[in-house]
Write a protein that binds this ligand. Structure first.
Ligand SMILES: C[S@@+](CC[C@H](N)C(=O)[O-])C[C@H]1O[C@@H](n2cnc3c(N)ncnc32)[C@H](O)[C@@H]1O
Length: 214
């Protein structure tokens, strides 16, 4: 999607993707990431998800990237913390305590800027992107995180029945995006609890991606 699409969603508060509580699939499967204490969790295309606060509450460090600054301003307001704001390359960085959120295009986030991360939590990130960008995105995330393990939630449905985002990313596509660099383990596979754009005929799949040694 174009940047203007997401800016208009945030400006008009059309945030159907934003959940009012921590994602239950994250709570249920986070431990499968087998993180050490004080790990560094990367959340791409993070919006202002409450999953950030939840991950921080476990004692982890969180680093995110989000294109729309309004989202990041709202995130820090809702956390009731005042960030230090700096410019890093093409990005702005909002930082407070164990939380760092970069504002800008994920493709402008380099491995050097990001630094080492222990895992990636992808909820509504890959599926937010059109098919023409998903290959570039998967390659980029794999590269800047040095193949860090991922907890990834995909949506699978008949794309002809609904326009994305969220887009359908079926198992074959996921495998073509990540199947060489990672071993893909399906952790859960259920119909969405809440309809998405009125459609409840959507499978929500939770995947654990673990680096293969090449
Ligand atoms: C579907 S929302 C999901 C937000 C969050 N992961 C959640 O679960 O609530 C996708 C978010 O990605 C942001 N976004 C879209 N394209 C982006 C890009 N190229 N770089 C960084 N952020 C992007 C949008 O502004 C939007 O807030």
């Amino acid at each position: 999607m174009e940047k203007e699409y997401w800016i208009s969603k945030w400006q008009s508060n059309e945030l159907g993707f934003h959940q009012p509580a921590v994602n239950p699939l994250l709570e249920a499967h986070f431990e499968k990431l087998e993180l050490q204490d004080r790990a560094r969790v990367f959340i791409p295309l993070c919006g202002k998800t409450l999953d950030i606060k939840w991950s921080l509450s476990l004692g982890h460090e969180v680093v995110g990237i989000e294109m729309v600054e309004t989202a990041v301003v709202q995130l820090f307001e809702e956390l009731q913390v005042t960030p230090d704001i700096s410019t890093v390359g093409k990005l702005r960085c909002y930082q407070a305590g164990q939380l760092q959120i970069y504002v800008g295009d994920v493709f402008d986030l380099t491995a050097t800027i990001l630094g080492a991360v222990d895992c990636v939590y992808d909820r509504a990130a890959l599926v937010a992107l059109p098919v023409t960008i998903r290959k570039k995105y998967a390659k980029h995330i794999t590269a800047i995180t040095a193949q860090a393990k991922q907890l990834l939630i995909s949506f699978v449905y008949d794309q002809s029945e609904m326009q994305g985002p969220p887009f359908s990313v079926d198992d074959a596509e996921l495998s073509s995006l990540y199947g060489i660099q990672y071993t893909l383990l399906l952790l859960a596979d259920d119909k969405v609890v809440e309809p998405v754009k009125g459609n409840s005929n959507i499978l929500e799949k939770v995947w654990l991606l673990t680096a293969t040694s090449l």
